[in-house]
Unconditional design. Structure first.
Length: 583
């Protein structure tokens, strides 16, 4: 084996790993929106979890990537540990698809049909189709499909280059001696685990073993322990990914490790005992690419079948290993590992934005109650709530900016932009809650209050504001389009109430029924309420625009305000009657 063979091997391995990465990323982007729907409908059904893990891994061609994704899901609260166990088991089966695709390089035969099945025959065609789709088509999904085809073609070219480069190893006695040593079960498992831990992909590790099998020197006796070790080595990626995460995420990584260690120990022990008794003839036979794919598939299927009924026991074992460490802050669950799966990251951001919205609107309603009946302890709670909402905005904003830099499909990108708009509006609502508390404190400190008529008028405004907050929350948290459509007409009624109450105060001031000092506080309160309703309007318009795939908030507001929508006019009249001032 010459230096040129070594260079070809390194180049082939580089192309192989690069192609696998490109193909996996492209397929993941292509399936982004579907992945979000699948995760949203995920239940505790073990079979559904198993099939989900199998399907996702078969698509992105990496059980390591799937398991890291699962660790992120558990850390972010999207998935429970029990659900994660089933998905991890499915991922071990799904990863076998790659080995079967790579086994196509070992096809032999002279017929046209057999020749066309060889990667050297069809990958150039796939590469051409992929290049045309990626470079010349404008549809994002078709471009992603083209990128996946290009990645697959590069992967196959790399596999061919590796296979050709290692063929001279068959004539080197030292290589044969190494393989004989690896036929020792313990050495074989350690070698497989170490190789996979280094390159961080069991699929790639199996591919390298298949390339070595092209020399004809790799026997089933040495391949079987290596394949089992590769399943253990792939756990390193998830274990590293779980560092610094919640206890649930660390437990998910430990489940992956225990699953593969237990499966390897049990099956390797049974195989060694059975071979000692029956002396299997195939153990000394040369393993080809298809043979290695068969062993890889059989091991993972048997392992999963054996351990699938013991999911609860695996969960208990992981819980015993990773002890309770207190409850994690929700905002710590904005896991950077989810950035590689934008659809899942956006699901988490949407959940946290909904919680932020509830905190913000609750603070505003509590502030109105403090205006009605001052309470210093309740006032402090609103200051604390505003600080928490600020923290939500900071963490969510930073995370969404990082997420926006990821390669996302159009739907996910639009959702991320929408959430950035929403958190800004909800943060301002909490600021206005504090402003209202400050007005209440001023009234209490100075010992002043509104006139009886003024109290009745502003109570109507308070009630209208509470309703618009409820409608806004419903439109955000439940994506209730009916509620969202009611926000803007009610916001217009609140604006009308503000102007009317101001005029009524001026009239009472002229009649000596009210004071200028009270008027200053009233003006501050009315301004806060008007601006809060404006933010509610922005949020509802944002939700409506997103539902119609149109991000033109100001255009929507202009149309409804100029009376061009009959539904708006009907709702506006309804709210004018409901919140009419009795003067």
């Amino acid at each position: 084996m010459t230096i040129f063979n070594v260079l070809s091997l390194v180049g082939g391995l580089s192309l192989f790993l690069f192609g696998m990465n490109i193909m996996g990323n492209a397929l993941e982007k292509r399936a982004g929106s579907r992945l979000k729907k699948i995760l949203a409908s995920l239940t505790s059904s073990p079979i559904k979890g198993l099939m989900l893990g199998l399907a996702v891994t078969a698509v992105i061609q990496s059980s390591s990537a799937t398991t890291v994704m699962v660790v992120g899901f558990v850390n972010s609260g999207i998935m429970t540990l029990r659900q994660a166990i089933n998905v991890i088991m499915g991922a071990n089966i799904g990863t076998t698809v790659t080995a079967w695709l790579l086994s196509l390089t070992g096809i032999t035969g002279d017929s046209l049909f057999i020749q066309m099945l060889k990667p050297t025959s069809f990958t150039p065609i796939l590469a051409l189709i992929g290049a045309v789709m990626h470079l010349f088509l404008k549809d994002v999904r078709k471009k992603d499909t083209g990128e996946a085809l290009l990645g697959f073609a590069v992967l196959m070219f790399g596999m061919d280059a590796m296979s050709a480069a290692v063929k001279p190893l068959a004539d080197i006695p030292e290589f044969g001696n190494i393989l004989i040593m690896l036929s020792n079960p313990i050495f074989g498992v350690l070698a497989g685990a170490l190789l996979t831990a280094i390159i961080q992909s069991s699929s790639a590790s199996v591919g390298i073993l298949q390339a070595l099998a092209a020399t004809g020197s790799v026997t089933f006796g040495s391949a079987i322990p290596i394949i089992m070790g590769q399943n253990i080595g792939t756990c390193v990626t998830a274990l590293l990914s779980s560092v610094g995460t919640s206890k649930g995420a660390r437990r998910a990584a430990m489940v992956h490790l225990y699953f593969n260690i237990i499966g390897t120990v049990v099956l390797l022990t049974l195989f060694t005992i059975a071979n000692a008794i029956f002396d299997f003839a195939f153990v000394e036979q040369s393993a080809n690419q298809a043979g290695i794919a068969s062993v890889h598939t059989a091991f993972n299927l048997i392992c999963t079948t054996m351990l699938f009924p013991f999911g609860k026991q695996l969960e208990r074992l992981a819980c015993a290993t990773v002890r309770e460490d207190g409850q994690a802050d929700e905002l710590q669950m904005l896991d950077d590992r989810l950035l590689a799966t934008p659809a899942a990251a956006i699901m988490r951001c949407t959940d946290l934005t909904a919680k932020m919205a509830r905190k913000s609107c609750t603070a505003l309603k509590d502030a109105l109650n403090i205006l009605r009946n001052y309470d210093s302890k309740a006032a402090q709670k609103i200051y604390d709530a505003e600080n928490k909402v600020d923290e939500y905005e900071d963490k969510l904003g930073d995370y969404l900016v990082k997420l926006s830099a990821e390669d996302m499909n159009a739907d996910d990108s639009r959702e991320a932009s929408t959430l950035l708009h929403l958190i800004g509006d909800f943060e301002r609502i909490s600021d206005h809650a504090v402003n209202l508390v400050e007005s209440a404190e001023e009234l209490n400190a100075k010992g002043i209050s509104f006139s009886e008529q003024g109290k009745k008028e502003i109570e109507v405004l308070y009630n209208a504001l509470e309703e618009i907050l409820e409608l806004t929350l419903s439109s955000m948290c439940s994506r209730d389009m009916t509620a969202a459509a009611l926000v803007e007409p009610l916001e217009q009624v609140i604006d009308h109430l503000k102007k009317t109450i101001k005029m009524q105060h001026v009239m009472r001031l002229k009649n000596g029924q009210c004071t200028i000092e009270v008027g200053f506080v009233l003006n501050d309160i009315l301004t806060c309420i008007e601006r809060t309703s404006d933010h509610c309007s922005n949020i509802a318009a944002c939700i409506l625009d997103m539902a119609s795939n149109n991000f033109e908030i100001h255009e929507y507001l202009r149309h409804v305000k100029d009376g061009s929508k009959e539904e708006f006019n009907t709702n506006f009249k309804m709210y004018m009657e409901k919140y009419a001032l009795r003067v």
